[in-house]
Design a protein around this ligand. Structure first.
Ligand code: SAM
Length: 248
């Protein structure tokens, strides 16, 4: 297997042998001024559709760089389908949730406004940039989209019923998430509440929904960001069929 290239960039352009891709100003600055790369240096590029490719810097200007796409390093793969829904929290811990969700394989990221959510505006561009950066560094072949923030009621009203929803519910005496997860390949999602927790009426309503299961994450009350990372890691560990079955 070829050695991974240290620098990976997400590009929103078709990738094929011989393609020339013009990088944006921010990426050009990163490569030229921060990483000190020059014409002829190789990087890896991916676009979430065509796998990962080796590309060489061909034209290096002050504000733009063009790379020549050469050969495919990895085929595109289908990722286990898991969304993370969470009530946005204040400050850098919000960015942390998006970064960790991306590293832990979230296929979509949904900020959800619950009754006790104190953050009403979410900077989607900033969160999407964090997701892109995390995907680049963790060697993912896709970047999860960060969707518009919507109210919990709206999200539940328009829920795709074939997707199973695990609602992290503290202090409810519900089954541990580890017992509730099923490894049957059904698309899933995890919902994490705000710093103040869900209102009891919200949890009562969620518990009535056929596609939702209330689950616990242990006896301690976790911060929302910890709960998001713990639940994502648990799902990734337990929801995949055993490796032997996947190879068969
Ligand atoms: N203020 C709430 C309280 O004291 O009960 C705690 C809310 S907690 C900081 C934020 C969110 O993380 C919760 O709404 C829940 O989704 C999740 N969470 C935290 N600890 C949990 C646990 N032990 N089991 C299940 N979910 C948990």
């Amino acid at each position: 297997m070829p050695r991974p290239l240290a620098t990976r960039l997400f590009v929103d352009a078709p990738l094929d042998a011989g393609a020339e891709v013009l990088l944006g100003e921010h990426q050009a600055h990163q490569l030229r001024a921060v990483l000190r790369l020059e014409a002829g240096d190789a990087i890896a590029v991916f676009n979430g559709r065509d796998g990962e490719w080796r590309a060489t810097l061909s034209a290096v200007a002050k504000k733009s760089i063009t790379v020549s796409v050469e050969d495919r390093l990895r085929e595109q793969t289908t990722e286990p389908d898991i969304w993370l829904l969470f009530a946005p929290i204040k400050g850098p811990r919000l960015d942390w949730i998006v970064e960790k969700a991306t590293e832990l394989g979230a296929t979509e990221i949904h900020p959800v406004i619950t009754r006790r959510t104190v953050v009403s505006r979410v900077n989607l561009d900033r969160l999407q940039a964090h997701a892109t950066e995390a995907a680049e560094q963790c060697e993912r072949l896709s970047v999860p989209p960060v969707r518009e923030a919507r109210s919990l009621g709206d999200v539940m009203d328009r829920w795709p019923k074939e997707r199973r929803l695990y609602v992290a519910a503290e202090r409810r005496g519900v089954p541990p998430m580890a017992e509730a997860i099923r490894a049957d390949g059904v698309p899933a999602a995890i919902l994490i509440g705000p710093e103040g927790g869900f209102e009891p009426a919200e949890l009562d309503h969620l518990a009535q929904l056929g596609f939702a299961t209330l689950v616990g994450l242990g006896p301690r009350i976790l911060r929302a960001d910890t709960a998001a990372a713990a639940a994502m890691a648990l799902w990734q560990a337990l929801a995949q069929p055993p490796l032997a079955d996947r190879r068969a």
